[in-house]
Design a protein around this ligand. Sequence first.
Ligand code: FMN
Length: 183
Amino acid sequence: MSATGHTVLVGVTGSIAAYKAADIVSQLVKRGCNVHVILTQSAAQFVTPLTFLTLSKNPVVTTSFSAETDWKPVHIDLADRASLLLIAPATANIIAELAHGSASHPLTEIALATRAPLLIAPAMNGKMWEHAATQHNVALLRSRGAEFIGPDSGMLACGYEGAGRMSEPSAIVERASALLASR
Ligand SMILES: Cc1cc2nc3c(=O)[nH]c(=O)nc-3n(C[C@H](O)[C@H](O)[C@H](O)COP(=O)(O)O)c2cc1C
């Protein structure tokens, strides 16, 4: 089966690479995916819900506590319907929250509630990526079945060079599509 028809949840977190998530969402929609975007509060400092509402043609989740039109909480509804949870870009913070099972906002709630595969595309300063705490959190998540794509090496927005660049949107979409095709 191809990516077509699958529900893909795209979590966007507070990295300067958040603008690249718009391209990822656009490419997934063009491949026939039903995309729902979840923005953390930090992500919304970098990119607006309107961008993702327009590209995905679905409401964007920014809070767990909006007025519901359905009895089912939105994070459970999305978690149940997902074929894939993709987090791109993923901050050091979200990786730590996921590793430790935090459930303090919609994205972490969904990550706990879904049984869909988890694909994580980190983006951060190279020292944050290499820090023992981050590497420990990455290893924990991998041991539970999460898959990581990147980060790539190169010039980082923070002025440093090294590992920490989010992988290219096209590479992330390719990997997401391959995971969907195997479901
Ligand atoms: C301009 C700017 C760029 C940032 N870029 C990153 C980044 O690429 N990766 C990262 O882990 N944190 C980055 N941060 C810090 C995060 O936004 C911060 O840790 C935040 O708490 C993350 O929240 P979230 O994981 O809920 O989205 C950046 C902060 C600022 C002000």
